[in-house]
Ligand binder design. Structure first.
Ligand code: HT9
Ligand code: FE2
Length: 406
């Protein structure tokens, strides 16, 4: 078994990204305690009928140079499910679960919900906040890692919503830290990998966990230029930036915990790799690789009999999980004759929901860094993003909230 590293050791043949551990990154990244009026649950948004599909895709891809063929392909994924993404329903359920958890803990914070790309929009949530007299919002974005698409774009869209509603001088939106290594987010993945390994061992006679199974941690591919810019410059991430380093560090933690739960001999480590999915953009533009399907086909001819697919980059079973994993990746595994399962996303797992409430409270109360739960050396992540953190070189500078002003 390997340990979490920041110091250039190799993890299962994958290069390790050098970076300053959070503890050494300076004390200034914990924000002052703040008396918030409400929580803003910020979702991606998705279509809820055939007529929504094209307008939704236009919203997502505005100004992004996504080829027309890719849009048609993605529209087909949605059409296959009646034009409905389950993501809005997931966020309704998450909102209800957060409200129940807040009530249980007697915390008086209403939850407002708004999406980046579909109704209800962030502008609706901001107007609702104003109508109710709320001026200080703490946002939870349904996205755990650092990158343009998974962090900064939410912050830019908050700024845009405040601009569009002309409420920027009345309403403040802060955002909880990226929670990739918060135990509430990680525990459901640990449980899922443990259960999958137990199932594989029970169903495949004489399975050798040290050689005959591969755990594939899958996340959304992003353009390599976005990956390189993910995380603050001062932390010194190289290569594919904080985005890749965070996923690798979390995967390490998940594997170590799952192996411990199976009481494997300490000499046995279960093979795993980080893979990417759902690439778009023109073929000429480099995105993070390997693609999950290529990675599965590459296992052909080796000792692998079984694959465990872990949707590490996602918080719920939305379209990227239902189509790209449950449809395509499981089919790729079938083509190679591999036994395969896909493990759950956090969804509304009570551990995850409790963790999200804890993330809000640590901001409200200004909990010091040393008391903040985190499972990797890379965290606990920043309350307030640094200038240039997760910037998008293709789209250029756009104003964002919840960060230091350059
Ligand atoms: C890192 C990341 C996450 C994880 C973090 C997070 O969750 O925020 C994520 C989530 C999601 N992505 C989603 C859907 C789409 N993403 C697209 C396009 C893109 N995603 C990107 C990155 C990410 N995406 C990028 C770099 C692009 C290229 C265009 C651009 O630079 O923006 C496109 C356009 C067509 C296409 O190119 O595929 C669609 C339709 C849905 C909703 C699913 C549903 O409806 O159930 C969800 C949760
Ligand atoms: Fe996406």
């Amino acid at each position: 078994m390997t340990t979490i590293t920041n110091n250039g050791q190799s993890i299962d043949g994958q290069p390790v990204r050098n970076a300053t551990p959070a503890a050494a990154a300076g004390p200034e990244w914990v924000a002052e305690p703040t008396a918030y009026d409400a929580i803003l649950l910020a979702g991606f948004g998705g279509p809820e009928g055939q007529d929504d599909v094209i307008p939704f895709l236009r919203n997502v891809t505005r100004g992004r140079g996504i080829p027309e063929e890719r849009l048609e392909e993605v529209a087909h994924h949605y059409r296959h499910f009646g034009g409905v993404s389950p993501i809005n329903e997931h966020n309704r359920e998450l909102k209800a679960a957060l409200e129940a958890e807040l009530a249980r803990r007697e915390i008086d914070l209403p939850v407002l919900w708004g999406n980046r790309n579909w109704d209800p929009y962030l502008t609706d949530a901001v107007r609702e906040a104003d109508a109710k007299g709320f001026t200080k919002l703490i946002a939870i974005a349904t996205s755990a890692y650092s990158s343009y698409s998974s962090c900064r774009q939410y912050r830019e869209d908050f700024a845009m919503a405040l601009d569009d509603t002309e409420l920027a001088d009345r309403i403040q939106i802060d955002k909880v830290r990226q929670f990739f290594d918060h135990p509430g987010f990680v525990q459901p993945f640990i449980d899922g990998v443990r259960d999958a390994l137990l199932k594989a061992r029970a169903e495949i006679d004489g399975l050798d966990l040290a050689t005959e199974i591969q755990v594939l941690f899958s996340t959304h591919s992003i353009p390599s230029t976005d990956a390189a810019k993910s995380g603050p410059k001062s932390r010194g991430f190289d290569g594919d930036g904080a985005y890749a380093a965070q996923h690798r560090a979390v995967a390490e933690v998940v594997m170590a915990a799952a192996e411990a739960a199976l009481e494997l001999d300490s000499s046995v480590s279960v093979p795993w790799q980080l893979v990417f999915q759902s690439r778009s953009g023109p073929p000429s533009m480099p995105w993070l690789e390997p693609d999950i399907n290529d990675a599965i086909h590459a296992l052909k001819g080796g000792p692998t009999k079984a694959v465990v697919i872990v949707p590490l980059g996602f918080v719920s079973d939305h379209m990227e999980v239902m189509w790209d994993l449950d449809n395509e990746a499981l089919e790729s595994a079938g083509e190679e004759g591999f036994w395969a399962v896909r493990t759950p996303t956090p969804g509304i797992d009570p551990t995850y929901v409790t963790g999200l409430v804890d993330l809000v409270l640590e901001r409200r109360d200004g909990v010091p860094a040393e008391d903040r739960p985190h499972l990797t050396d890379l965290g606990p992540w920043y309350d307030v993003c640094r200038p240039g953190c997760c910037e998008n070189v293709r789209l250029g500078f756009k104003p964002a909230v919840s960060g230091l002003v350059p």
